[in-house]
Design a protein around this ligand. Structure first.
Ligand code: AMP
Ligand code: MG
Length: 529
């Protein structure tokens, strides 16, 4: 296998736990602890993503025993030592204290074409931060992380990546619905890749322990390595850092809202400091559009992390980060101004995203009302978010209202009810929408067909045709449980080009089938993974 350019910036810059044994404990003054992957009798790859080639690995590398040993954790890379990061977090709104990488083991960082990549195995065994967990992961949750993190990347959404998915060859005991029915499942390991896996929680841990020196080291390291445009120093630099994290977090969440992604567990330990989507657990994709929906059954009661609340939760999490950074800045009004900027920027970006989704590009004083009415209509009855927006590009300024209704009905789950109860409400909205399209048309000098064509192209770059619908993941998982990985490969291919028509995958551009409505794994997911 080719030689890697190892450059371990995190472990070189930050303090290491002096204890080297692997037992669960509370740590102090440290950013990470040594942690070695378990030795498994027979690890094997299920899937290697195209990221491998992007990272410069050749086909020969991928076939080599060394590559397998390395990315299943069976053999360390020469002169590297694996480790787990220390972090804390707020879980479901409550302070949870020290958490840390309980089942993620970091291998090393590389520099490749000027880009830094940290490699991390998820599910390779316990670490000093495993608390009562076993440090392992099951196949179903590993498939979900592997497929979705790559899908997000190809949707243009900042995310951690996944290099490979492997079986550990051993079994793991899990109680899927936490209802007293534990069962053995196949153990699996995902090799995740990102510039850094630092979370809000890393800063929160140092701050909660009153470790201002460690907090400063962590912030200085993060800025120097990942926020290189910051040229100031002291409090000014930390404020600028907080502003950038705030902006990136908002940008990430706006993307989630755009495509209907619900993270499911937006605890502060699951918030990347780089604004990457991280920790794919009980996430899900909106099928019927619903602000109140969360896939996470563990959050069923309060629905804290429901789709419609994600922007607000992002802000709440940033407030926790602001508190953690406070000792470095000691200027509450300045931090508050940044948090306020999130709110104003959200308003602007929300309108912008929605305009792009419905394909209007000039502003008009009634735009907010049009969006508001659309949001309300989408909640009238079950309407598939992905299909609705994708189909909308088939309507233009010359479409008759009744034809427009036919177009959008393709996204309705409950046709007959709609005909009776809500048709008029929709017709009214469509009339206003088409009028609005006429107004847009009048603003340009382009002829109708050129304008309409450009509009379809733009809309189709905003509204994906193919997303990782919850039931699709479940079908992949069911097949993989039987040792059949063909569907996994097919879905992976489809998700490489989510905005393209891809007629060969048309069957996945369809309403969720009825059987998936209340099936575990399709509409209900727990944190058990
Ligand atoms: P999550 O909700 O999956 O982000 O996990 C929250 C915390 O629990 C993190 O510190 C994880 O590392 C830890 N954790 C989750 N599952 C396990 C497991 N099976 N073994 C050890 N630690 C775990
Ligand atoms: Mg986590």
């Amino acid at each position: 296998m080719r030689k890697l350019h190892i450059d371990n910036s995190f472990t070189n810059a930050l303090p290491k736990d002096p204890i080297e044994e692997n037992y669960t404990r509370q740590v102090e003054h440290v950013a990470f602890s040594k942690a070695l992957p378990l030795k498994f009798a027979k690890s094997s790859f299920i899937h290697i993503s195209k990221l491998a080639k992007e990272l410069g690995f050749t086909e020969e590398d991928l076939q080599s025993e060394e590559f397998l040993q390395l990315f299943t954790g069976q053999q360390p890379y020469p002169n590297t030592e694996s480790y787990a990061m220390a972090y804390a977090g707020h879980q479901f709104g409550n302070w949870a204290g020290q958490l840390g990488d309980g089942r993620a083991i970091n291998l090393f960082e590389t520099l490749q074409d000027g880009n830094r990549w940290a490699f991390q195995l998820k599910g390779a065994g316990p670490t000093p931060y495993s608390r009562s967990g076993d440090g392992l992961a099951v196949l179903r949750s590993s498939i979900r992380e592997h497929l979705c993190s790559e899908a997000m990347h190809h949707l243009g959404i900042p995310s951690t990546r996944s290099l490979s998915l492997s079986l550990s060859g051993e079994e793991v005991l899990r109680d899927v619905m936490y209802d007293g029915h534990p069962a053995h499942e196949k153990g699996a390991i995902v090799c995740r890749v990102a510039p850094s896996f630092i979370r809000f929680g890393n800063f929160e841990l140092a701050a909660a322990q009153g470790e201002n020196e460690l907090l400063k080291e962590l912030a200085d390291y993060t800025i120097a390595t990942f926020f290189t445009d910051i040229k100031t120093s002291g409090a000014e630099a930390y404020l600028q850092f907080f502003q950038e994290v705030t902006d990136r977090t908002l940008e990430m969440i706006m993307h989630w809202q755009r495509v209907g992604f619900v993270h499911g567990v937006m605890n502060t330990d699951n918030m990347s400091i780089l604004g990457l989507t991280i920790d794919y657990g009980p996430y899900g994709w909106l099928e019927p559009y619903d602000h109140g929906w969360t896939p996470n059954t563990t959050d069923r009661q309060h629905k804290r992390y429901r789709y419609g609340a994600q922007p607000e939760i992002g802000l709440w999490n940033l407030l926790q980060l602001a508190n953690a950074l406070f000792p470095l800045i000691e200027d509450a009004p300045a931090l508050q101004r940044i948090l306020d900027s999130y709110k104003t920027n959200y308003q602007v970006q929300y309108l912008d995203t929605m305009m792009n989704k419905i394909g209007i590009y000039y502003t008009h004083k009634d735009d907010r009302d049009l969006m508001q009415a659309l949001e309300e209509n989408l909640h009238l009855h079950e309407t598939d978010m992905t299909i609705f927006y994708r189909e909308l590009s088939k309507i233009d300024s010359k479409t008759a209202v009744k034809d427009a209704f036919k177009v959008i009905s393709a996204s309705f789950y409950t046709n007959t009810d709609v005909e009776e109860k809500h048709k008029n409400t929709w017709l009214q909205w469509l009339e206003a929408y088409i009028e609005r399209l006429v107004f847009d048309m009048e603003q340009t000098d382009d002829d109708h067909s050129a304008f309409a064509k450009a509009r379809i192209e733009k809309m189709n770059k905003t509204n994906p045709k193919y997303v990782l619908r919850n039931y699709i993941s479940q079908l992949v998982i069911d097949a993989a449980d039987q040792g059949d990985y063909e569907l996994l490969g097919e879905v992976y291919e489809m998700l490489q080009n989510p905005y393209d028509e891809q007629p060969e995958f048309e069957k996945w551009y369809a309403l969720r089938p009825e059987w998936a409505r209340s099936k575990v794994g399709c509409s209900m997911l727990s944190c058990s993974s």
